[in-house]
Ligand binder design. Structure first.
Ligand code: PNS
Length: 167
């Protein structure tokens, strides 16, 4: 008899920083798959508010209540990371039609490259407009981000803004 297959999903992204919209997708993915890996893409050509290590630490703290989720990072192609770690499916959140073109292109490319499947979760409408960039922009100008990111991320953003590098 064949062993039941353990299904492993990957949620890749920049997560600079993680928002409540990301957390909604992670927790829903964790209900559908046996194991979920959230991996920060190491992109040296993109400026960021948080280093990769800081982003991973924020992710770990924000997802501590999801037992079948682990945090990692990767560089290079996402499909190579999937193969190396035996991850079967990429899971992405779709906020609106405007996300679709880009996500669909990546999904097709990743299938074309290595037959890695992508599945989409429709974002909770409460977070439909939410993005890491928007959160950072609002925080830079002193706006209230408490409903959009977990408390640990809120403190980290406030501290970074207070350092004065992101005004
Ligand atoms: O949070 P983001 O910035 O929208 O995430 C984009 C990400 C990291 C998922 C995407 O850029 C990616 O997978 N990059 C890894 C490099 C790669 O495999 N590129 C080809 C994808 S078709």
């Amino acid at each position: 008899m064949t062993e039941p297959r353990v299904l492993r999903a990957l949620c890749p992204g920049s997560f600079d920083p993680v928002t409540n919209g990301h957390l909604d997708v992670f927790s829903r993915a964790a209900k559908q798959f046996d194991e979920v890996t959230v991996a920060v893409f190491v992109n040296t050509s993109k400026s960021s508010m948080f280093s990769v290590d800081e982003r991973m630490e924020l992710l770990r703290e924000a997802t501590a209540d999801i037992p079948n989720l682990k945090v990692d990072s990767f560089h290079g192609l996402v499909v190579d990371f999937c193969k190396e770690h035996d991850l079967h499916v990429i899971v992405k959140g779709l906020r609106a039609v405007s996300d679709f073109d880009y996500e669909f292109q990546m999904a097709q490319a990743n299938y074309g490259l290595a037959e890695v499947e992508t599945m989409f979760i429709s974002t909770n409408p409460a977070f439909g407009y939410l993005s890491s960039s928007l959160v950072k922009e609002i925080a830079r100008h002193g706006g209230d981000i408490s409903g959009w990111v977990p408390p640990v991320v809120q403190s980290a953003i406030r501290a970074r803004v207070a350092e004065g590098q992101y005004l």
